[in-house]
Design a protein around this ligand. Structure first.
Ligand SMILES: CCCCCCCCCCCCCCCC(=O)OC/C=C(C)/C=C/C=C(C)/C=C/C1=C(C)CCCC1(C)C
Ligand SMILES: [Fe+2]
Length: 515
């Protein structure tokens, strides 16, 4: 379970990934060292914030900067790089008015000070417009590609030219206020997602959304319930971090409020796991409970005998991790960055096992899978208490932004997870974890800041880890070519090739490899 000796960052090179950059007028050719595999023909598309201030106004939170799409094209061993801002309403209006116009996750937009008092009054009562700043992920729906955040807006983009095509309001099709930025895409192209909607008595509820591959338009069915997917089930984990609906609704009329202000953490509820079957779509009334954690990313989950195995990147405790992701925190000097991360919830990769048959024997461990130490115990109040098996734990060292061989192993028993190593929230290594043996592999270089590694399988190979990992790395100390696409052998994280460019990249969250 150990990592190599931890790398320190006294020079603060990570600050570069939180700096505004310019888009490119045309693709630039990268300088390749090593050999890009001939079969690796396609585009790596990634998205994240690219503009961290507008006019004299700063965006405050990691999730506020304006969406910038990056593209690396790979063909015949050659690589080019291109990037463009998405022309969202948030971006276009900010550029037009040279100020923050639409409230972002942790930055409030204020009425235009140049407007007269009457129009300011009306702007005030019109409330906040929901942001369409699609900086979190890119995914396909049918033949089309959309950039997204977690609101009701997704933005169709041209994956070749990176032009912005259309803004889609999901509320026109679905009974949701917003959907996650992490849909699951099945082999036939069916997209499943989960959205939040307003439930009874001022509560928030959840809708699972299914977008079939061929039909145009969007269908949905309700079983109020984020999420993992196995062959037959959806797994949804309800954490103690909640949106306070009253605060959210009143935020529409109260100046100075943003999304971050609407979150609250419930100190006593712990964490609840929910299950629903896929066909038919039906909520299963098990009361799975465990201690409090924050959860942003499921690694994988699968059915084994009469159990569901759920692997997660958790952050222990109910304190909201996003409170620690203000840019001022992340851009601090290294010693300060470390101090602040000590206060935050601590990361742990965990395996939970949910029994599908619960016999009446209270107090006994219901988990009979021989390969895991995860526990599930029926309690007298009818709840089933879960204790996890820890797959990876390192103090303030997160294995986050997990990836697997998704096409072949999503929802199935699997062996390998890949992730971005966060050192006190600073991304400074790429990791591979054998979830069966807990063996760890690490790629790391001094003063280098990689992104989430995407797995691409070598064509025609059957081994789960026979493929490459693609990550984009910023290495600010390298004066000439400080940014590169890194291609690693997924077997042992050795370098196959790098394609260097003369620019750096701001942080990216998620993306896809499009063949
Ligand atoms: C890559 C390195 C990053 C450096 C540090 C990262 C530390 C990370 C720790 C783990 C967290 C990882 C999270 C990454 C996932 C992600 O990308 O999340 C971004 C999520 C966003 C921007 C969510 C936005 C949600 C919004 C605006 C929701 C709005 C709504 C409500 C609050 C109420 C109901 C309505 C509506 C409008 C949907
Ligand atoms: Fe995410």
């Amino acid at each position: 379970m150990s990592l190599k000796a931890l790398v320190e960052h006294p020079a603060g090179g990570y600050k570069k990934i939180f700096e505004t950059c310019k888009e490119l007028a045309e693709p630039i050719e990268a300088q390749v060292t090593g050999q890009v595999p001939q079969w690796l023909t396609g585009s790596l598309l990634r998205v994240g914030p690219g503009m961290f201030e507008v006019g004299d106004q700063a965006f405050h939170h990691l999730f506020d900067g304006q969406a910038l799409i990056h593209k690396f094209d790979l063909k015949n061993g050659k690589v080019t790089y291109y990037r463009k801002f998405v022309r969202t309403d948030a971006y276009v209006r900010a550029m037009t008015e040279n100020r923050v116009v639409i409230t972002e996750f942790g930055t409030t937009a204020y009425p235009d000070p140049c407007k007269n008092i009457f129009s300011r009054f009306f702007t005030y009562f019109q409330g906040i417009e929901v942001t369409d700043n699609c900086l979190v992920n890119i995914y396909p729906i049918g033949e089309d590609f959309y950039a997204c955040t977690e609101t009701n807006y997704i933005t169709k983009i041209n994956p070749e030219t990176l032009e912005t095509l259309t803004k889609v309001d999901l509320c026109n099709y679905l009974s949701v206020n917003g959907v996650t930025a992490h849909p699951h895409i099945e082999k036939d192209g069916t997209v499943y997602n989960i959205g939040n909607c307003f439930g009874k008595n001022m509560t928030l509820a959840y809708n699972v959304v299914k977008i079939p591959p061929i039909q145009k338009g969007v269908h949905f069915f309700i079983f109020t319930l984020s999420f993992g997917i196995t062959e037959n089930y959806f797994v949804f984990v309800e954490t103690p971090v909640k949106i306070n609906l009253l605060k959210f609704l009143s935020a529409w009329a109260i100046r100075g409020t943003n999304y971050m202000d609407c979150f609250e953490s419930n100190e006593t509820m712990g964490t609840w796991f929910h299950l629903a079957s896929k066909n038919p779509g039906e909520y299963k009334d098990y009361k799975f409970r465990t201690s409090a954690f924050n959860l942003f990313h499921h690694i994988n989950c699968y059915e084994d005998q009469d159990f569901i195995v759920v692997d997660l990147c958790t952050w222990k405790g109910f304190d909201f991790v996003y409170n620690y992701l203000y840019l001022a925190n992340l851009r601090n000097n290294w010693e300060e960055v470390k101090k602040s991360a000590i206060m935050a919830p601590q990361p742990e990769v965990r395996r939970y096992v949910l029994p599908l048959t619960v016999d009446k024997a209270k107090g006994k461990n219901l988990v009979s899978l021989t390969y895991t130490t995860a526990i599930a115990v029926l309690r007298s109040d009818g709840t089933i208490w879960l204790e996890p098996e820890v797959l990876f734990s390192g103090p303030r060292q997160a294995f986050e932004f997990p990836q697997i061989n998704y096409n072949r192993f999503n929802g199935k028993d699997y062996m390998y997870a890949y992730g971005l190593g966060l050192n006190h929230f600073i991304p400074d290594r790429i990791c591979k974890l054998n979830v069966k043996t807990k063996e760890i592999w690490v790629w790391q270089e001094p003063d280098s800041y990689p992104s989430e590694p995407l797995f691409v399988q070598t064509p025609g190979r059957l081994e789960e880890d026979d493929g490459v990992l693609l990550s984009i790395v910023v290495s600010p100390g390298a004066a000439q070519r400080p940014g590169y696409l890194l291609i690693l052998n997924a077997r042992d994280l050795t370098e196959i090739a790098r394609a260097e460019v003369e620019v750096t990249f701001p942080v990216t969250f998620h993306g896809i490899y499009k063949t």
